[in-house]
Ligand binder design. Structure first.
Ligand SMILES: NC(=O)c1ccc[n+]([C@@H]2O[C@H](COP(=O)([O-])OP(=O)(O)OC[C@H]3O[C@@H](n4cnc5c(N)ncnc54)[C@H](O)[C@@H]3O)[C@@H](O)[C@H]2O)c1
Length: 308
Protein backbone atom coordinates (compact mmCIF):
# COMPACT_ATOMS: atom_id res chain seq x y z
CA UNK A 1 0.00 0.00 0.00
CA UNK A 2 2.80 2.39 1.02
CA UNK A 3 4.61 1.53 -2.24
CA UNK A 4 1.52 2.51 -4.20
CA UNK A 5 1.23 5.79 -2.34
CA UNK A 6 4.89 6.48 -2.98
CA UNK A 7 4.61 5.77 -6.71
CA UNK A 8 1.43 7.85 -6.90
CA UNK A 9 3.31 10.75 -5.29
CA UNK A 10 6.17 10.34 -7.78
CA UNK A 11 3.70 10.28 -10.68
CA UNK A 12 1.98 13.44 -9.47
CA UNK A 13 5.30 15.26 -9.04
CA UNK A 14 6.37 14.15 -12.53
CA UNK A 15 3.05 15.30 -14.05
CA UNK A 16 3.18 18.62 -12.19
CA UNK A 17 6.74 19.35 -13.29
CA UNK A 18 5.97 18.30 -16.89
CA UNK A 19 2.92 20.55 -17.00
CA UNK A 20 4.96 23.41 -15.57
CA UNK A 21 7.68 22.93 -18.23
CA UNK A 22 5.07 23.02 -21.03
CA UNK A 23 3.42 26.14 -19.59
CA UNK A 24 6.82 27.79 -19.14
CA UNK A 25 7.66 27.09 -22.80
CA UNK A 26 4.28 28.47 -23.87
CA UNK A 27 4.80 31.66 -21.87
CA UNK A 28 8.22 32.13 -23.49
CA UNK A 29 6.71 31.82 -26.97
CA UNK A 30 4.48 34.79 -26.09
CA UNK A 31 6.96 36.96 -24.21
CA UNK A 32 10.67 36.82 -24.91
CA UNK A 33 12.90 35.17 -22.35
CA UNK A 34 15.34 37.38 -20.43
CA UNK A 35 18.73 37.59 -22.14
CA UNK A 36 21.97 36.74 -20.38
CA UNK A 37 24.94 39.07 -20.20
CA UNK A 38 27.94 37.90 -22.24
CA UNK A 39 30.22 40.87 -21.59
CA UNK A 40 33.66 39.54 -20.68
CA UNK A 41 32.82 35.97 -21.74
CA UNK A 42 35.48 34.35 -23.93
CA UNK A 43 33.69 33.44 -27.16
CA UNK A 44 35.42 31.17 -29.67
CA UNK A 45 33.91 31.16 -33.16
CA UNK A 46 35.18 28.66 -35.74
CA UNK A 47 34.83 29.67 -39.40
CA UNK A 48 34.89 33.34 -38.43
CA UNK A 49 36.56 34.47 -41.66
CA UNK A 50 33.32 35.06 -43.56
CA UNK A 51 29.55 34.57 -43.63
CA UNK A 52 27.72 33.80 -40.41
CA UNK A 53 30.95 33.44 -38.42
CA UNK A 54 31.98 37.00 -39.23
CA UNK A 55 28.54 38.40 -38.41
CA UNK A 56 28.45 36.44 -35.16
CA UNK A 57 31.82 37.95 -34.24
CA UNK A 58 30.47 41.46 -34.85
CA UNK A 59 27.42 40.80 -32.67
CA UNK A 60 29.50 39.45 -29.78
CA UNK A 61 31.89 42.40 -30.21
CA UNK A 62 28.93 44.75 -29.63
CA UNK A 63 27.95 42.71 -26.57
CA UNK A 64 31.38 43.22 -24.98
CA UNK A 65 32.70 39.66 -25.27
CA UNK A 66 36.34 38.68 -25.69
CA UNK A 67 36.66 37.17 -29.16
CA UNK A 68 38.72 34.18 -30.25
CA UNK A 69 38.47 33.78 -34.01
CA UNK A 70 39.47 30.59 -35.82
CA UNK A 71 39.47 30.14 -39.57
CA UNK A 72 41.50 28.26 -42.14
CA UNK A 73 41.73 31.49 -44.18
CA UNK A 74 43.99 34.02 -42.50
CA UNK A 75 43.03 37.01 -44.64
CA UNK A 76 39.27 36.71 -44.10
CA UNK A 77 39.83 36.16 -40.39
CA UNK A 78 42.04 39.25 -40.06
CA UNK A 79 39.34 41.27 -41.82
CA UNK A 80 36.77 39.99 -39.30
CA UNK A 81 39.15 40.99 -36.50
CA UNK A 82 39.45 44.52 -37.93
CA UNK A 83 35.67 44.81 -38.28
CA UNK A 84 35.12 43.50 -34.74
CA UNK A 85 37.51 46.11 -33.33
CA UNK A 86 35.63 48.81 -35.26
CA UNK A 87 32.36 47.40 -33.84
CA UNK A 88 33.64 47.99 -30.30
CA UNK A 89 35.52 44.83 -29.32
CA UNK A 90 38.51 45.52 -27.11
CA UNK A 91 40.08 42.05 -27.10
CA UNK A 92 40.16 40.00 -30.30
CA UNK A 93 42.54 37.06 -30.88
CA UNK A 94 42.84 35.48 -34.32
CA UNK A 95 44.27 32.06 -35.11
CA UNK A 96 44.69 30.36 -38.45
CA UNK A 97 43.37 26.89 -37.74
CA UNK A 98 42.23 24.05 -39.94
CA UNK A 99 39.47 22.62 -37.76
CA UNK A 100 39.46 19.37 -39.74
CA UNK A 101 42.89 18.51 -38.29
CA UNK A 102 42.56 17.07 -34.78
CA UNK A 103 46.14 17.77 -33.70
CA UNK A 104 45.96 21.33 -35.00
CA UNK A 105 42.73 21.93 -33.05
CA UNK A 106 44.35 20.61 -29.85
CA UNK A 107 47.47 22.71 -30.42
CA UNK A 108 45.49 25.89 -31.08
CA UNK A 109 43.28 25.21 -28.07
CA UNK A 110 46.37 25.04 -25.81
CA UNK A 111 47.59 28.30 -27.34
CA UNK A 112 44.23 29.97 -26.69
CA UNK A 113 44.26 28.84 -23.07
CA UNK A 114 47.74 30.41 -22.67
CA UNK A 115 46.97 33.63 -24.57
CA UNK A 116 43.39 34.30 -23.50
CA UNK A 117 42.07 31.86 -20.90
CA UNK A 118 39.26 29.30 -20.77
CA UNK A 119 36.71 29.58 -23.54
CA UNK A 120 33.23 29.94 -22.04
CA UNK A 121 31.13 30.13 -25.24
CA UNK A 122 32.16 27.74 -28.01
CA UNK A 123 30.47 28.29 -31.38
CA UNK A 124 31.17 25.45 -33.83
CA UNK A 125 30.30 27.26 -37.04
CA UNK A 126 32.97 26.31 -39.63
CA UNK A 127 31.39 24.36 -42.45
CA UNK A 128 31.81 23.24 -46.03
CA UNK A 129 29.53 21.76 -48.67
CA UNK A 130 30.41 19.61 -51.67
CA UNK A 131 27.00 19.90 -53.34
CA UNK A 132 27.46 16.75 -55.45
CA UNK A 133 25.11 13.82 -55.90
CA UNK A 134 26.33 10.89 -53.78
CA UNK A 135 27.70 8.63 -56.58
CA UNK A 136 29.64 11.60 -58.05
CA UNK A 137 31.11 12.74 -54.76
CA UNK A 138 34.81 11.82 -54.37
CA UNK A 139 35.63 9.97 -51.15
CA UNK A 140 38.09 12.66 -50.04
CA UNK A 141 35.41 15.37 -50.25
CA UNK A 142 32.93 13.30 -48.26
CA UNK A 143 35.58 12.68 -45.62
CA UNK A 144 36.37 16.40 -45.54
CA UNK A 145 32.68 17.23 -44.99
CA UNK A 146 32.68 14.98 -41.94
CA UNK A 147 36.01 16.32 -40.69
CA UNK A 148 34.91 19.97 -40.81
CA UNK A 149 31.16 19.78 -40.20
CA UNK A 150 31.18 17.13 -37.50
CA UNK A 151 34.50 15.75 -36.25
CA UNK A 152 35.87 19.24 -35.53
CA UNK A 153 33.06 19.50 -32.95
CA UNK A 154 34.42 16.43 -31.14
CA UNK A 155 37.91 17.91 -30.92
CA UNK A 156 36.80 21.39 -29.82
CA UNK A 157 34.52 19.91 -27.14
CA UNK A 158 37.40 17.68 -25.94
CA UNK A 159 39.61 20.75 -25.71
CA UNK A 160 37.25 23.23 -24.04
CA UNK A 161 34.51 21.30 -22.23
CA UNK A 162 36.64 20.12 -19.24
CA UNK A 163 37.21 23.72 -18.07
CA UNK A 164 33.50 24.45 -18.47
CA UNK A 165 32.71 21.37 -16.35
CA UNK A 166 35.23 22.42 -13.70
CA UNK A 167 33.47 25.79 -13.38
CA UNK A 168 29.97 24.50 -14.17
CA UNK A 169 29.76 27.42 -16.57
CA UNK A 170 29.74 27.51 -20.34
CA UNK A 171 27.74 27.44 -23.54
CA UNK A 172 28.15 25.04 -26.47
CA UNK A 173 26.70 26.24 -29.76
CA UNK A 174 26.30 23.89 -32.70
CA UNK A 175 25.59 25.41 -36.10
CA UNK A 176 23.90 22.46 -37.76
CA UNK A 177 21.34 22.97 -40.54
CA UNK A 178 17.82 22.13 -41.67
CA UNK A 179 19.82 19.48 -43.55
CA UNK A 180 20.63 18.07 -40.10
CA UNK A 181 16.92 17.39 -39.56
CA UNK A 182 15.81 15.98 -42.88
CA UNK A 183 17.63 14.36 -45.81
CA UNK A 184 18.11 16.41 -48.98
CA UNK A 185 18.85 14.95 -52.42
CA UNK A 186 22.20 16.26 -53.68
CA UNK A 187 23.42 16.86 -50.11
CA UNK A 188 23.93 13.33 -48.77
CA UNK A 189 27.38 13.82 -47.22
CA UNK A 190 26.51 17.30 -45.93
CA UNK A 191 23.23 16.05 -44.39
CA UNK A 192 24.96 13.10 -42.76
CA UNK A 193 27.60 15.38 -41.22
CA UNK A 194 24.97 17.84 -39.97
CA UNK A 195 22.80 15.03 -38.50
CA UNK A 196 25.95 13.80 -36.74
CA UNK A 197 26.76 17.26 -35.37
CA UNK A 198 23.22 17.62 -34.05
CA UNK A 199 23.16 14.15 -32.50
CA UNK A 200 26.50 14.75 -30.84
CA UNK A 201 25.51 18.14 -29.38
CA UNK A 202 22.19 16.75 -28.15
CA UNK A 203 23.90 13.76 -26.51
CA UNK A 204 26.46 15.89 -24.65
CA UNK A 205 23.60 18.14 -23.54
CA UNK A 206 22.00 15.05 -21.97
CA UNK A 207 25.29 14.03 -20.35
CA UNK A 208 25.55 17.49 -18.78
CA UNK A 209 21.92 17.30 -17.62
CA UNK A 210 22.24 13.85 -16.05
CA UNK A 211 25.50 14.81 -14.31
CA UNK A 212 23.79 17.95 -13.02
CA UNK A 213 26.05 20.46 -14.80
CA UNK A 214 23.14 22.83 -15.25
CA UNK A 215 25.50 25.79 -15.77
CA UNK A 216 26.57 24.38 -19.14
CA UNK A 217 24.09 25.31 -21.84
CA UNK A 218 23.67 24.00 -25.37
CA UNK A 219 22.13 25.72 -28.38
CA UNK A 220 21.59 23.85 -31.65
CA UNK A 221 20.88 25.92 -34.76
CA UNK A 222 19.14 24.49 -37.84
CA UNK A 223 18.68 27.07 -40.57
CA UNK A 224 17.41 26.69 -44.11
CA UNK A 225 19.48 28.33 -46.94
CA UNK A 226 21.10 31.66 -46.06
CA UNK A 227 22.53 34.13 -48.57
CA UNK A 228 26.19 33.82 -47.59
CA UNK A 229 27.35 32.31 -50.88
CA UNK A 230 27.82 28.83 -49.43
CA UNK A 231 24.72 27.59 -51.24
CA UNK A 232 25.02 29.92 -54.23
CA UNK A 233 22.66 28.88 -57.05
CA UNK A 234 20.27 26.97 -54.78
CA UNK A 235 16.59 27.80 -54.91
CA UNK A 236 13.42 27.49 -52.91
CA UNK A 237 10.16 26.53 -54.57
CA UNK A 238 8.20 28.19 -51.79
CA UNK A 239 9.72 31.57 -50.91
CA UNK A 240 6.78 32.57 -48.71
CA UNK A 241 7.06 29.65 -46.28
CA UNK A 242 10.69 28.69 -46.87
CA UNK A 243 12.52 31.86 -47.87
CA UNK A 244 16.26 31.98 -48.49
CA UNK A 245 17.35 33.89 -45.39
CA UNK A 246 19.28 37.13 -45.09
CA UNK A 247 22.52 36.50 -43.13
CA UNK A 248 21.91 39.50 -40.81
CA UNK A 249 18.45 38.18 -39.89
CA UNK A 250 19.76 34.64 -39.30
CA UNK A 251 22.58 35.90 -37.07
CA UNK A 252 20.25 38.17 -35.10
CA UNK A 253 18.04 35.14 -34.37
CA UNK A 254 21.05 32.92 -33.54
CA UNK A 255 22.45 35.44 -31.06
CA UNK A 256 19.01 35.93 -29.53
CA UNK A 257 18.71 32.14 -29.08
CA UNK A 258 22.15 31.97 -27.41
CA UNK A 259 21.38 34.87 -25.08
CA UNK A 260 18.02 33.31 -24.16
CA UNK A 261 19.70 29.91 -23.70
CA UNK A 262 17.28 28.24 -26.10
CA UNK A 263 18.23 24.65 -26.92
CA UNK A 264 16.86 24.50 -30.47
CA UNK A 265 16.44 27.15 -33.13
CA UNK A 266 14.97 26.27 -36.52
CA UNK A 267 14.91 29.00 -39.16
CA UNK A 268 12.49 29.92 -40.67
CA UNK A 269 9.67 29.01 -38.23
CA UNK A 270 7.89 26.93 -40.90
CA UNK A 271 10.56 24.26 -40.33
CA UNK A 272 9.01 23.45 -36.92
CA UNK A 273 5.75 22.64 -38.70
CA UNK A 274 7.51 20.57 -41.40
CA UNK A 275 9.32 18.54 -38.72
CA UNK A 276 6.02 17.99 -36.92
CA UNK A 277 4.48 16.71 -40.18
CA UNK A 278 7.52 14.48 -40.82
CA UNK A 279 7.01 12.78 -37.46
CA UNK A 280 3.65 11.24 -38.35
CA UNK A 281 2.72 11.65 -42.03
CA UNK A 282 3.15 8.69 -44.40
CA UNK A 283 6.32 8.94 -46.50
CA UNK A 284 4.22 9.19 -49.69
CA UNK A 285 2.57 12.34 -48.34
CA UNK A 286 5.97 13.68 -47.32
CA UNK A 287 7.26 13.16 -50.86
CA UNK A 288 4.21 14.97 -52.28
CA UNK A 289 4.86 17.91 -49.93
CA UNK A 290 8.55 17.95 -50.92
CA UNK A 291 7.56 17.98 -54.58
CA UNK A 292 4.97 20.72 -54.04
CA UNK A 293 7.44 22.92 -52.12
CA UNK A 294 10.12 22.39 -54.81
CA UNK A 295 12.50 20.95 -52.22
CA UNK A 296 13.79 18.22 -54.55
CA UNK A 297 14.93 20.82 -57.11
CA UNK A 298 16.62 23.05 -54.50
CA UNK A 299 20.16 21.85 -55.33
CA UNK A 300 19.79 21.75 -59.14
CA UNK A 301 21.47 25.11 -59.74
CA UNK A 302 24.10 24.75 -56.99
CA UNK A 303 27.39 26.44 -57.82
CA UNK A 304 28.57 27.09 -54.26
CA UNK A 305 31.04 29.62 -53.01
CA UNK A 306 33.33 31.24 -55.57
CA UNK A 307 37.00 30.57 -54.80
CA UNK A 308 38.73 33.66 -53.42
N1 LIG B 1 24.63 29.39 -45.78
C1 LIG B 1 23.65 28.54 -45.59
O1 LIG B 1 22.69 28.45 -46.38
C2 LIG B 1 23.65 27.64 -44.38
C3 LIG B 1 22.47 26.98 -44.02
C4 LIG B 1 22.48 26.14 -42.92
C5 LIG B 1 23.63 25.99 -42.18
N2 LIG B 1 24.76 26.65 -42.55
C6 LIG B 1 25.96 26.42 -41.76
O2 LIG B 1 26.40 27.65 -41.22
C7 LIG B 1 27.82 27.62 -41.03
C8 LIG B 1 28.45 28.87 -41.61
O3 LIG B 1 28.26 28.85 -43.01
P1 LIG B 1 28.27 30.16 -43.92
O4 LIG B 1 27.00 30.16 -44.68
O5 LIG B 1 28.66 31.32 -43.10
O6 LIG B 1 29.42 29.74 -44.95
P2 LIG B 1 30.81 30.44 -45.26
O7 LIG B 1 31.43 29.60 -46.33
O8 LIG B 1 30.64 31.89 -45.53
O9 LIG B 1 31.62 30.29 -43.91
C9 LIG B 1 32.25 29.12 -43.52
C10 LIG B 1 33.59 29.50 -42.89
O10 LIG B 1 34.20 28.30 -42.45
C11 LIG B 1 35.57 28.36 -42.77
N3 LIG B 1 36.13 27.03 -42.87
C12 LIG B 1 35.91 26.09 -43.84
N4 LIG B 1 36.66 25.02 -43.62
C13 LIG B 1 37.36 25.25 -42.49
C14 LIG B 1 38.31 24.50 -41.74
N5 LIG B 1 38.71 23.29 -42.14
N6 LIG B 1 38.82 25.05 -40.63
C15 LIG B 1 38.46 26.30 -40.24
N7 LIG B 1 37.59 27.05 -40.89
C16 LIG B 1 37.04 26.54 -42.01
C17 LIG B 1 35.62 29.09 -44.11
O11 LIG B 1 36.91 29.61 -44.40
C18 LIG B 1 34.54 30.14 -43.90
O12 LIG B 1 35.10 31.33 -43.36
C19 LIG B 1 28.30 26.32 -41.67
O13 LIG B 1 28.48 25.34 -40.68
C20 LIG B 1 27.15 25.94 -42.57
O14 LIG B 1 27.11 24.56 -42.81
C21 LIG B 1 24.79 27.47 -43.61
Amino acid sequence: MSINLESMKELLIFLGKSLFSVLEALVFTLISKPQKNVAGEIVLITGSGSGLGRLLALQFARLGSVLVLWDIHTEGNEKTCQMALEAGATRVYTYTCDCSQKEEVYRMAEQVKKDVGDVSILINNAGIVTGKKFPDCPDELMEKSFDVNFKAHLWTYKAFLPAMIAKNHGHLVCISSSAGLVGVNGLADYCASKFAALGFAESVLLEMHVQNYRGIKTTIICPFFIKTGMFEGCTTGCPTLLPILEPEYAVQKIVEAILQEKVYLYLPKFLYFLMFLKSFLPIKTGLLIGDYLGIFQAMDGFTGKKKV
